[in-house]
Design a protein around this ligand. Structure first.
Ligand SMILES: Cc1ncc(COP(=O)(O)O)c(C=O)c1O
Length: 252
């Protein structure tokens, strides 16, 4: 759990950065020695993140905070339906290879902030898998569609993601401050684990060990309670009501 989608995205990309440069004996460690030491060691000039022009600005913030630099977030144009353009993504990936730039992650958006468009998640997954690159889906806004019988197919391909951001305080109607970052392999987060002497036991449940935040409110209880009380069918019925009241916005 994180306290917002911004931190969920940053955490996912933090994991992606650690996956790309995993700790190894005799090699510099990105957490300890910093990015420059690691890039020098791998003899590469840049480590980049690829995302569409409509990816939320929290992805740019993450690129800065993770030491990659905001200029290393490379933007992919969108098509007429405001979805990431696949040929442009393929071209950019090839360009990165040619220049020997390392790709930290390819980010697709499931519900852009500007207009709700959903990137072609399955096709982007295929490109990321073909390249062996971490695939992050920012479903902060659109992830709630998974609870809709009618609309969940719009998120086909999300199941291939290595990490997913979901804001329960958006389409799941929870109070502000309730976000999730889901990791295909939770062990990825171990790469950035830090311990302190005051943690008495190896199995002490201190989430601060593998997260950006330390102390935080127990917001998970709200989501747990809502899902317990309404269940899948209650949440589904709610979606049916909402989606029947909505109309797609068409450009004038
Ligand atoms: C697609 C998307 N990602 C991330 C965020 C950031 O979420 P938060 O405001 O919870 O930090 C937003 C917020 O609008 C968003 O729409």
């Amino acid at each position: 759990m994180t306290s917002c989608g911004t931190i969920a995205n940053a955490t996912a990309l933090w994991c992606a950065r650690s996956r790309l440069f995993p700790p190894a004996p005799e090699a510099p460690n990105v957490e300890h020695d910093g990015l420059k030491a690691v890039l020098d060691h791998h003899d590469c000039e840049r480590a980049v993140i690829l995302a569409s022009n409509l990816a939320h600005y929290s992805v740019e913030k993450a690129a800065g905070r993770l030491g990659l630099g905001a200029s290393n977030l490379l933007r992919v144009p969108v098509d007429a339906r405001q979805r990431l353009e696949l040929p442009a993504l393929r071209k950019l990936v090839a360009h990165c290879h040619k220049r020997r730039w390392r790709i930290v992650a390819i980010v697709a958006v499931a519900g852009t902030t500007d207009c709700g468009s959903i990137d072609p998640l399955a096709a982007v997954a295929e490109i990321a898998a073909g390249e062996g690159v971490h695939y992050h889906v920012d479903a902060a806004w659109g992830g709630g569609l998974l609870f809709s019988e009618k609309h969940r197919s719009k998120l086909e391909g999300i199941e291939c993601a290595d990490s997913i951001t979901l804001d329960a305080h958006k389409q799941l109607h929870m109070p502000i401050g309730l976000s999730l970052v889901l990791l295909r392999d939770p062990a990825t987060a171990r790469a950035m684990e830090i311990e302190a002497n005051y943690m008495l036991r190896d199995d002490s449940g201190d989430l601060g060990r593998v997260s950006m935040e330390g102390s935080r409110p127990g917001m998970a209880l709200f989501l747990h309670a809502a899902l317990e009380i309404f269940g899948r069918s209650g949440t589904r019925s709610w979606w049916t009501v909402v989606s029947s009241a909505c109309r797609p916005v068409r450009p004038k």
